[in-house]
Design a binder for this molecule. Structure first.
Ligand SMILES: Cc1cc2nc3c(=O)[nH]c(=O)nc-3n(C[C@H](O)[C@H](O)[C@H](O)COP(=O)(O)O)c2cc1C
Length: 193
């Protein structure tokens, strides 16, 4: 019994040590201006219904610069989240994609796309954007925000199938608005692209 208690304490201590050292490392992280971004025209496009993805996209934009554009719907979703979720489920069932205002992407080499996860998939407005633009000569870099039930591999495969991008870089999944050290988490991901 005593030995078991001792072992559990040691494991807990080691776990805390690992977490604290990761946080310290993240807190001191610096953005390495990556070669892939130099002399490139960068666009960050986001869709956000509740503000989480907007927050993440704005933080990303403050790091990588370039332009920031929001996907806007021609017809807005209801403000009430229950009505909105019901409508989204109906649209998914019927295979309907909500129309969005046109965004001109012709100027850009690298496009970050930030979208919430809806019903274990890419949000419908972002799906519309991906399906209805030509990414032939572009590099796409997706970011998703979610609240717990994101099927990362499924979403990744869906994303790849939706576009004709020249290249797609590894995604970032950010829990809702990231909870804490959002900017540092983004920098860590960018440094490892
Ligand atoms: C209609 C709807 C469906 C959602 N489905 C999922 C889901 O399947 N899995 C998940 O992890 N989060 C899901 N969420 C939560 C959002 O992905 C999460 O809160 C996201 O950060 C919202 O971004 P936003 O505030 O920019 O709209 C859903 C949210 C909504 C509104």
């Amino acid at each position: 019994m005593n030995i078991l208690f001792y072992i559990i304490c040691v494991i807990l201590f080691l776990l805390i040590l690992v977490i604290v050292s990761k946080i310290i490392k993240l807190k001191n992280i610096e953005y390495k201006n990556k070669e892939i971004f130099s002399n490139k025209k960068i666009l960050t496009v986001y869709y956000s219904n509740g503000g989480n993805t907007k927050n993440v996209a704005e933080k990303l934009h403050s790091i990588v610069s370039g332009d920031l554009k929001e996907i806007e719907l021609t017809e807005k979703y209801p403000k009430n989240i229950f009505k909105m979720s019901k409508l989204v489920r109906k649209q998914i069932r019927e295979g309907y994609l909500p129309q969005i205002e046109k965004i001109d992407i012709s100027d850009y080499d690298i496009i970050f796309t930030a979208s919430p996860i809806w019903n274990s998939s890419i949000s419908l407005p972002m799906e519309y954007f991906l399906k209805n633009n030509n990414f032939e000569n572009k590099v796409l870099i997706p970011i998703f925000t979610y609240s717990g039930g994101a099927f990362k591999k499924k979403v990744w495969n869906e994303f790849k199938d939706l576009t004709n991008a020249k290249e797609i870089k590894k995604h970032l999944f950010m829990f809702e608005n990231g909870i804490f050290l959002v900017k540092e988490q983004i920098i860590n991901w960018l440094n490892n692209l």
